[in-house]
Design a binder for this molecule. Structure first.
Ligand code: SAM
Length: 292
């Protein structure tokens, strides 16, 4: 019986056998700790009825642990050099499908229809390539894929921003964007030593539970995103000053903006970083209405 893929010796053997060289530009840092991997799978609550979408299987370290517990695993891998390696390492697991494609260009809805029919729920589980963590997560959320949750490893600094609460230094546009769709928390910190090659940042695993419906009903989502971005434009400025800078070019006067803040019951002296998502939503709806 072969050892598990994520053991250091087996990983080295696989890389050597195939003459594989890491591409830093593709965020290739492979996990070599089966304990960390199995804890990731635990956090994702994967059962024999779960369908899993994985991004970036590498040589199959996480895919193997997922395949042991899930009904089906579909993994998107951009690097075609890894496809023959995965064919070999995952050959014992008949419930895996590898798609050689950039996940950002993939039609994931279609893949779910074709590959994950009959699964009770769908989870996205991955050790993400760090250069594209945010676009990948936002794609899953904005395309409103029918997934129950997302459990992914990413840079600790980005994990902290995605899960931050108001009035903390990490709270910003990314926290609002992610938490509009999900309940978000950091579930594990992961040291650099469990990867080859070792990345030069610390890592963490986050769990995003998708809300049945977004936390607030919005009159216009892109208006909301723009208003949130403007509110954080200069973090040390008050919400009033940031909004005046942004909306005076649309013809709103300072007095009108003060009036809208007062209608939303938000003091003009507060900073954007103190506003909850619900407060941003209320403000955005009032501004949107005012501008017709
Ligand atoms: N899952 C493996 C592990 O944990 O050892 C590898 C994780 S490694 C951090 C990220 C993987 O994502 C690499 O295999 C890389 O080639 C792949 N990748 C990078 N960009 C991608 C993209 N846009 N779409 C799909 N896969 C991508």
């Amino acid at each position: 019986m072969n050892k598990e893929i994520a053991t250091i010796n087996r990983t080295r053997d696989i890389l050597k056998k195939h003459g594989f060289s890491f591409k830093k530009s593709l965020g290739q840092n492979f996990l070599i700790d089966t304990n960390v991997l199995s804890r990731i799978v635990d956090h994702a609550d994967v059962t024999s009825e779960t369908g899993v979408i994985e991004v970036g299987p590498g040589i199959g370290a996480l895919t193997e642990q997922l395949a042991k517990r899930a009904k089906k695993v579909v993994a998107f891998e951009i690097d075609k050099r890894l496809i023959p390696i995965l064919d070999e390492t995952l050959s014992p697991y008949r419930n895996t499908t590898i798609i050689n494609q950039d996940v950002l260009k993939a039609n994931i809805h279609e893949v779910i229809d074709q590959e994950l029919k009959g699964c009770k729920e769908i989870m996205v589980v991955a050790n993400l390539p760090y250069y594209v963590t945010t676009p990948i997560i936002m794609k899953v959320l904005e395309e409103q894929l029918p997934v129950k949750g997302i459990v992914v490893m990413l840079q600790k600094e980005v994990a902290d921003r995605m899960t931050a609460v108001p009035s903390t230094k990490d709270y910003g546009t990314l926290s609002v964007a992610v938490q509009y769709y999900t309940e978000a928390k950091v579930v594990m910190d992961v040291p650099r030593t469990v990867f080859i090659p070792q990345p030069n940042v610390d890592s963490a695993v986050i769990k995003l539970n998708l809300r049945d419906k977004p936390i607030v009903d919005l009159k216009n989502h892109s208006y909301f995103s723009d208003l949130v971005k403007s509110s954080f434009a200069q973090r040390r400025k008050t919400i009033l000053n940031n909004l005046v800078t942004r909306y005076k070019k649309d013809g709103l006067s300072k007095a009108q903006i003060e009036d809208l803040l007062s209608k939303a019951n938000i003091s003009p002296n507060r900073r954007g970083e103190t506003l909850t998502i619900k407060e941003f939503a209320l403000l955005s709806d009032l501004f949107y209405q005012e501008q017709g």
